[in-house]
Design a protein around this ligand. Sequence first.
Ligand code: RIB
Length: 301
Amino acid sequence: MKILNFGSLNCDNVYTVPHMVKAGETLSSASLEIFPGGKGLNQSIALARAGAQVCHAGLIGEDGRFLVKLAEENGVDCSLVELRPGRTGHAVIQVDPSGQNCILLYGGANQLVDEAYIRRALAGFGPGDLLLLQNEMNLPERMIDLAWEMGLTVALNPSPCSAALAKCDFRKVEWLILNELEGAALSGEPDVKKLPKAILQRFPHMKVVLTLGANGARYADSERQFFQPAFSVKAVDTTGAGDTFTGFFLAAVLEGKEVPEALLLASRAAALAVSRKGAASSIPARAEVDGGGGTRGYDAF
Ligand code: RIB
């Protein structure tokens, strides 16, 4: 099975702030650091650091070459990444003393996807392969439709939640990996214990993974439910923790691990990521995550 991650590449401008800036306020930051990021890039690097073979498709401007270099250094196949005129996507990220973040996105090249590019990227893939995507590029609905027609399995991390998702045919999505805000927006169910079931009522074929930050993670399909508690760590920067979780979880499942084992591995990886600065650069290597201890989650029925 081959994995194609069709995803954003961003330059993350990270500002250390005493609190998140409020409407009308002018606030000084203590530092500015530039990190590689983008949910797509982060998830490709997480997959690769977890040991999976992954091919990344995405778009950059000239200023984004360092992002491709980093992905390649981590073993990600970037032969499908293309250059576009103009700027690479970027993010303005505030990180407060508790490690929480606020992210403002500028789409840049990430928003220049067209149908021809999607077809070129998918051309080397077929039945049994997996397409992973997030919601930071335009035309996610076409990526899903075309991959489905070609027999690929689709894994969607619908992040950030936006109106674009209304065009996506969720019946074609097998793996849905999302946080509680995205889950509540998609299902209308604010209670995280009921949320996976609410999604499964509409899409019974799905495998739903709900990430809850410090409150752990939940998995549900039509037959099983699991809960994995989070590891307790001092959060330095939560940026990219969800992406780390997604990459490690999928890599573990695709290598044949049972869901509870995959949840445990992904939770360990995400805990390590939040204890470090940056997004892509905070993702641990598989060797750091394996054998890291912790309690395997339990059946949530
Ligand atoms: O999930 C974290 C990522 O979201 C950051 O790297 C930023 O680029 C935004 O895409």
